[in-house]
Design a protein around this ligand. Structure first.
Ligand code: CUA
Length: 314
């Protein structure tokens, strides 16, 4: 079990989007077809073994028919069928698609949305939020090495390649939570590069988007104020942005609404009380090689304030 995986769908044979339904059908045709071919081949092999010692019966016919003509016919039929069935799946959708930018980093996902009304951009990490029923075009890029995004219940795999912009179209049908994963080996923490997809009803999606568009709130709670100060003093701002709380870097995930996310560290810890402090002090133990140091030198009051401040960014 990975953090946050309860009730999460993620299987090619459990499709929940227009595109995944086609791929599931294709998968079943291949599984059933391959099983039939395997059984027939094994049957013929058993029959051939029992014929040993007897004079060969028309073996040229068998070699030409079963060894050449049959595979050519089966593979040609599959090629035509799969090309026909998947045609247009990768094309930009008609109408008014939602465009979302997804960038692969070592080892996390940067996800960017632009509000159509205001033109403002928001960034989140390791989570995609999509409206059901509307085509979504993911613009896929990579910041460092090749990654690949795979959300088995929602669509096929697509690589994220440095210097290129790839595209993946998803028309999700059913609200729910879905599991995605980096599917191209990208180094030490490749396995801990999980992506969560939350498919909302259109109304819930709009509410979610409006919430994310808001900058971080300003609390007068002294603990949270101290936490905000620690966030500057400890240098977190060099890599992380909290929109509304001053300038910040873009090397690490945007933390404006980090407290509302499902997990920390791309699926390493389930979000909750204690997770933030565990992550800040134990990054290198939890995800060795990640581009953030373990902040083990923090004294207890500073750690408590910093964790509370971040957890309250919802
Ligand atoms: Cu990124 Cu594997």
């Amino acid at each position: 079990m990975t953090a946050g995986s309860g009730g999460v769908r993620g299987s090619v044979l459990d499709p929940a989007s227009l595109q995944a339904e086609v791929l599931a059908e294709l998968s079943w045709v291949l599984i059933v077809g391959a099983t039939l071919v395997f059984l027939v081949t094994m049957g013929l092999a058993a029959w051939a073994l029992r014929q040993r010692g007897k004079p060969a019966v028309a073996s040229a016919w068998w070699i030409g028919g079963a060894g050449i003509a049959f595979p050519v016919a089966v593979l040609s039929a599959l090629l035509i069928y799969s090309t026909w069935r998947t045609r247009g799946l990768e094309l930009p959708p008609d109408g008014d698609p939602l465009v979302v930018g997804v960038t692969g980093h070592l080892w996390w996902w940067e996800v960017r949305y632009r509000d159509p009304a205001s033109g403002r951009e928001i960034a989140l990490a390791n989570e995609l939020h999509l409206p059901a029923g509307r085509p979504v075009q993911l613009g896929l890029a990579a910041a460092d090495v090749i990654h690949s995004v795979w959300m088995p219940s929602l669509g096929g795999k697509m690589d994220l390649v440095p210097g290129r912009l790839n595209r993946l179209v998803i028309t999700a049908r059913e609200p729910g939570r879905y599991r995605g994963q980096c599917a191209e080996y990208c180094g030490e923490q490749h396995a801990r590069m999980a992506l969560w997809v939350v498919v909302h009803t259109p109304a819930d999606y709009e509410r979610w988007l409006q919430g994310q568009l808001r900058p971080a709130g300003l609390s007068s709670d002294p603990l949270l104020q101290r936490g905000r100060q620690a966030f500057r003093e400890q240098g977190c701002v060099a890599c992380h942005t909290v929109r509304g709380h001053g300038e910040g870097g873009r090397r690490g995930p945007d933390l404006t609404h980090v407290g509302s996310r499902l997990t920390l560290g791309a699926g390493v810890l389930e979000m909750g009380p204690g997770a933030m402090a565990a992550w800040i002090t134990g990054v290198q133990a939890l995800k060795p090689g990640a581009h953030m140091a373990s902040f083990r030198h923090l004294d207890a009051p500073t750690l408590q304030a910093l964790s509370a401040y971040l957890a309250e960014l919802r």
